[in-house]
Write a protein that binds this ligand. Structure first.
Ligand code: HEM
Length: 358
């Protein structure tokens, strides 16, 4: 009877949606051979899903006479496992030596029994037979020629094919023997592996400074440390802050140019400027951009100290000023201290000669 079950499992059942069901069922039967009669009934109840299966036999299964040498559990399991693909053994049972009718063949025409026998060998046109051999619905969608290549058509090769299902030739890229390709080869979706990501640029290439037309090198572009000099500001006396100076400069009565000067701007020669150095009771004057300023009133307000400011007395202070604090608004601070304009010695001599002619 178990042998009959194995034979019945050979029938292709693509409509069931679970092609592996017969195989699993046979294994269960092999483990529980003592319940074989009951399971047989269950199977016969499920079996009519096969359109070619006429359904349960007209006679009760237990009324049949099983062959005396077959009903062992091991043999049943072997036949079940092999029965998925072992159609040649079925042929042996279908020959004239087998007198007992098969369970699935009860009332079925001989063509039904011939279905499993033919198609492992080479009938590529019958995909349903190949589905029996593989037991996978997804594999059923594959063409039969591939399965034919896997099954050599010899009965002794069938158990090996069962133990290791045929590979359906999804050519995994030899350049990428990755697990993803293996999965793609074994899964029914057959989705190709994702493309390799582009190689990221190397760190050296990303950090390299491209050559420039100006010829700057990486050492030139390297951050330089700005060395900050210590402040040379002095502590001013109370009442001599920048705001105090601004308040004093805003009052024209303070006469920041100096006492005793004419109302207009003086024409100051370098020799005259040189004598205005702050000594001998003379106010210190300095020139800046062609103009002469009396720096005497600003000296106590100078943040850098009086001594620093008087370094420019009697001469031009443009260079010193630019070296120390070019951002300072000279004219804005010393505008009210303007004495005159700087002229050359020749210009003064010519002017004096003209005055003499008059
Ligand atoms: C001979 C020319 C001068 C010298 C040698 C000189 C020197 C200095 C020095 C050493 C400092 C301190 C800088 C620091 O370390 O913070 C200073 C600050 C200052 N000087 Fe002069 N100075 C001169 C002319 C002037 C003039 C003519 C003015 C005004 C028009 C002026 C306005 C200032 C101001 C406003 C500061 C403060 C700058 C700041 O707060 O950063 N200096 N000066």
């Amino acid at each position: 009877m178990l042998d009959r079950l194995g034979c019945m499992n050979l029938n292709p059942t693509p409509r069931t949606g679970h092609p592996n069901l017969p195989t699993r069922f046979c294994k269960i039967v092999a483990r529980h051979a003592h319940l074989s009669s009951t399971l047989h009934l269950h199977y016969l109840h499920l079996h009519p899903l096969d359109p070619q299966d006429p359904g349960p036999p007209s006679t009760p299964p237990n009324s049949r006479s099983d062959p005396p040498t077959r009903p062992t559990s091991e043999h049943a399991s072997e036949r079940c496992d092999a029965g998925v693909s072992a159609s040649p053994s079925l042929d042996n049972e279908e020959d004239g030596t087998q007198t007992t009718p098969k369970a699935s063949a009860s009332g079925a025409p001989p063509s039904v029994l011939a279905v499993p026998t033919l198609n492992l060998v080479g009938d590529s046109s019958d995909n349903s037979t190949a589905a029996v051999a593989t037991g996978s619905p997804a594999q059923n969608s594959m063409n039969g020629s591939t399965q034919k290549a896997s099954y050599t058509g010899k009965s002794n090769a069938i158990p090996e094919a069962k133990a290791q299902p045929p590979s359906f030739a999804v050519p995994s890229s030899p350049q990428r023997p990755t697990p993803s390709s293996t999965i793609a080869a074994s899964t029914p979706s057959l989705m190709p592996p994702p493309p390799l990501p582009p190689h990221p640029p190397s760190a050296a290439a990303g950090l390299r400074v491209p050559p420039t037309a100006s010829g700057l090198s990486s050492s030139t572009l390297a951050p330089t440390t700005v060395r900050k000099q210590a402040s040379r500001k002095v502590v001013l006396e109370p009442g001599y802050s920048p705001l105090d100076w601004a308040a004093r400069a805003a009052n024209p009565k303070n006469q920041l140019r100096g006492a005793g000067l004419p109302a207009g701007l003086l024409r100051v020669t370098p020799s005259m400027l040189k004598t205005q150095n702050g000594r001998k009771g003379r106010d210190p004057w300095t020139s800046y951009q062609g103009k002469v300023y009396n720096i005497s009133p600003y000296a106590p307000y100078h943040p850098g100290g009086k001594g620093e400011l008087l370094r420019g007395a009697g001469k031009d202070s443009a260079q010193l000023f630019a070296e120390i604090h070019p951002w300072v608004n000279w004219e804005g601070i010393l505008g009210e201290c303007l004495v005159g304009i700087l002229v050359s010695e020749n210009d003064v001599q010519a002017e004096n000669s003209l005055d003499a002619m008059d």
